[in-house]
Design a protein around this ligand. Sequence first.
Ligand code: RIB
Length: 302
Amino acid sequence: MKKPVICVAGSANMDLVTTVQRMPMAGETIHGNAFQTYFGGKGANQAVMAAKLGGEVWMIAKIGEDTFGKDYMKNFTACGLNTSCVYTTKEASTGIAAITVQENGQNAIIVVGGANLSFSEEEIEKAAAAIRKADVLVCQNEINLNATLRFLQIARMYGVPTIFNPAPAEDFPDEIYRLCDYFCPNESEAAHIVGFPVKTIEDVKRAGKDFLSRGVKNVIITLGSKGSLLMSEGKTVLVETEKVTAVDTTGAGDAFIGTVAYFIASGIPVEEAMKKASHAAALSVQKRGAQKSFPTYAECGF
Ligand code: RIB
């Protein structure tokens, strides 16, 4: 069987992770329990998840010519990603994420984009050949927005289905929504964009309708331990997830999206892809780190 081809245009960050009993308050100093560095960044995480499942994954990314960048390039190769569209720069440092993880597994993240935000016009256009070959293109919002917009336009031009994870959320130009085959925010990203709280299932459905009215073809809103909701014209499906005890939720959304991308690229129905993605995400929260916690196809028991 042909391997599904997934192209991910997105961020690569070095995650600097501190574990704490509780978050510090403004102006307060507290003792942390432990410190670790992990390979992260929403784009790279989603790419690595799809590769762990067995996909042929093309990564479009930009890193600095510094120690983190050199280590990251080795990580991409070790994970089996195609790196012909991983660009480097001396002008900016590799992206980092300062992450604090509480004992209950919840996290808070500050991202400093660095090289991720410096895709040039030439680098963007060079990546068109990789996008054209893909069964699906996956984007997030941790690289320069003009690059994301162009990558989505290129995918649409070649008839390649698109998945956009609007994280971190901001007010996107109208065209972005029309270029999304699958628009995949979590509840807080959805709330930020629609401008009302997204807490109850009714709120989630209202947000979903809002995104459909903007021109998105399918909306998948992830709901943490409550699962995920699919909405498309005339269809609303809630996909529940298993209950697990989380030690670190960092990257769980990326495990979900990388898995959805792999299975959409494989041609299976989206609800089925979401069920499998929930399972991969549930396994990932039971280990620390982002990519490091992601299960392989065999570990998922698919
Ligand atoms: O989604 C988790 C990721 O968000 C982390 O790996 C961090 O790098 C930030 O991009």
